[in-house]
Every structure is written in structure tokens, then in C-alpha cells.
Design a protein around this ligand. Structure first.
Ligand SMILES: NC(=O)c1ccc[n+]([C@@H]2O[C@H](COP(=O)([O-])OP(=O)(O)OC[C@H]3O[C@@H](n4cnc5c(N)ncnc54)[C@H](OP(=O)(O)O)[C@@H]3O)[C@@H](O)[C@H]2O)c1
Length: 265
């Protein structure tokens, strides 16, 4: 009997999380689709995954809560009957601030959802696997921390968000060292994919061309990069940049603000 593989995709209801769930399902994986508020969208994504022939279970959690990661991993084991083979830490908070307006509250809020929860989910998976009598082959289980091209191409806009993603980026190597041989840990840095925050569609349409390939980044390509990290058992402690090379285009401000200051990107 074939061994079923389950992936937990946090923030899996819509946008990149939905693409990631669909990419895994197309490759024969079953999906644990995590959501917080987007239950209707999560159900729609689950229907798409089932139409592809995969199983899909919905798991809800507010990842800003200190115990959320451990409880979510427990809910996943209960729903799938086994630990997820991969966790894609995709859920993220992206609220605007800058270095001057960042506060203890904005920093802690971004760190809780964007760094603490992903790190504790990875820890919870490794802790669960350590208790098993029969260890899985090395490299079988993995965690993909979704980062951002911003961490390779710094500017001080979205300050608290960027600090949280930098913390997660730095932890890729730390967790790859600490959680081996039970869990591989890799990073995945997308570039601009969707309009976010105050960004208008017109601004997004221009900003999405600001990369060496001068065309929008395909979310499905980013999703397939997550699948590649999960399925290639030799990848550990590395980060893939799926961004049309956007990280090679330095800007003094976030691209959504930079293009309004300079109308010829
Ligand atoms: N969008 C881009 O252009 C872009 C660019 C570079 C990197 N990225 C990265 O790629 C990933 C996906 O981006 P995206 O734009 O698709 O994400 P998004 O739509 O901004 O957020 C994804 C999901 O995160 C969930 N979430 C937020 N706070 C949460 C909390 N406290 N607890 C549980 N879930 C929470 C939300 O779930 P609910 O809706 O269910 O509440 C939301 O749907 C993120 O890690 C992001 O940093 C995105």
C-alpha cells in the first residue's frame, strides 16, 4: 500500500496558500488546509483539492496565540492519522509601519504570527517525530518557511513585517541544524505576487514588472518551488528565491511606494 503524504499549509485558504495546496495535491499529496478567518475560502480550496483526487482536511487556528502551534500540530495528527510529512509556513501578517512608527505592539504582533508560530510548528513536528519507535528515513519530513525577497533586498518600509521575516530567515539554518535528522528545514522567498495592504490594482500592475524579467511572478511557480523543497530529500538549510530575480533590483523603499516616487521603474 502506498504511504500517503500530508502537507500542512498555513494560511492555505487563498492566494499563495491555495496555490501551494493545489500544487501538492497535483503531485499526489493530501492537504491539511489551515485557516483563521477564511473558512469559506478554505472550504472552496478543499473542494478544488478533492476534485484533483486528494484528501483535504480543514484546521483552524489563530497563530498569534502562544499555544497555537502545538495545538495545531495535534489537530493535524488527529485529522490525518499521522504527522504531516511537510509543513509550509505560509500564513503571515503584513501590516504597514516604518522604523519610526514601529512599536512594541507592532513588532510583537508580527513576530508572533510570522516567526514564533512557524518556528514552534517546526519544533512541534520534530518533537512528535522523536517519540516514534520507527524513525522515518532521513529527509522524509520537512518544513518550508515562506520568507520574502525583502530579506535579501532590504528597505525599511513594512519594518515590523521585515524584522519578523528576517528572524525566520535566520532561523532556517538554526532549525536545519537543530531538528535534523527528524526534519529538514528550508526557506522559500517569493517576490511580489498579489496586491496587499493599501496597494491599488494599478500600482500592483506596475510594481509587478519591477524585476529583471519585467513580468509578474507566477504564484503557481512559487508553489511548485515549495513542492520541490518538500520532495527533494537532499535539501536542508537552504533558501530558494522564486521572484523573477526581484531581489537583484535594489530599491530604497518598498516597491509599492517606490514606483509612485519614480514613475519609470
Ligand atoms: N503577497 C505577496 O506579494 C508576497 C510577497 C512576498 C512574500 N510573500 C509571503 O508569501 C506568503 C503568502 O502571501 P499572501 O499574500 O498569499 O498571504 P496573505 O494573503 O497576506 O496571508 C495569508 C493568510 O495568513 C493568515 N493569517 C494571518 N494572520 C494569521 C494569524 N494570526 N493566525 C492564523 N492565520 C493568519 C490569513 O488567514 P485567514 O484569511 O484565514 O485569516 C491569511 O489568509 C506570506 O508568508 C508572505 O509573507 C507574499
Amino acid at each position: 500500500m502506498a504511504v500517503s503524504s500530508w502537507v500542512l499549509v498555513t494560511g492555505g485558504a487563498a492566494r499563495l496558500g491555495r496555490e501551494i495546496g493545489l500544487a501538492f495535491a497535483r503531485s499526489g499529496w493530501n492537504v491539511l488546509c489551515h485557516y483563521r478567518h477564511s473558512q469559506d475560502a478554505a472550504q472552496a480550496t478543499a473542494a478544488e483539492i478533492r476534485a484533483l483526487g486528494g484528501e483535504c482536511a480543514l484546521v483552524g487556528a489563530d497563530l498569534s496565540q502562544p499555544r497555537a502551534a502545538a495545538e495545531l500540530l495535534g489537530a493535524c495528527v488527529a485529522a490525518a492519522g499521522q504527522a504531516p510529512r511537510c509543513i509550509v509556513n505560509n500564513a503571515s501578517l503584513f501590516d504597514a509601519d516604518d522604523a519610526a512608527s514601529a512599536s512594541a505592539e507592532t513588532l510583537q504582533r508580527h513576530l508572533a504570527t510570522n516567526a514564533v508560530a512557524p518556528l514552534l510548528l517546526a519544533n512541534a513536528l520534530a518533537a512528535h517525530l522523536r517519540t516514534r519507535d520507527t524513525p522515518a528515513p532521513g529527509g522524509w519530513h520537512s518544513v518550508v518557511h515562506v520568507l520574502d525577497q525583502k530579506v535579501h533586498n532590504l528597505n525599511p518600509d513594512y519594518f515590523s513585517y521585515t524584522v519578523s521575516k528576517l528572524a525566520l530567515q535566520g532561523s532556517v539554518a538554526l532549525q536545519a541544524q537543530a531538528l535534523a535528522p527528524h526534519v529538514r528545514v528550508c526557506g522559500l522567498s517569493p517576490g511580489l505576487l498579489y496586491p496587499s495592504g493599501p496597494q491599488s490594482q494599478a500600482n500592483f500592475d506596475r510594481a509587478s514588472q519591477v524585476n529583471p524579467l519585467r513580468r509578474p511572478i507566477e504564484p503557481a511557480d512559487v508553489a511548485r518551488a515549495a513542492l520541490f523543497l518538500a520532495e527533494n530529500a537532499s535539501l536542508n538549510g537552504c533558501t530558494l528565491q522564486a521572484d523573477n530575480g526581484q531581489h537583484l533590483v535594489p530599491l530604497a523603499r518598498d516597491v509599492m511606494f517606490a514606483i509612485d516616487e519614480n514613475r519609470q521603474p
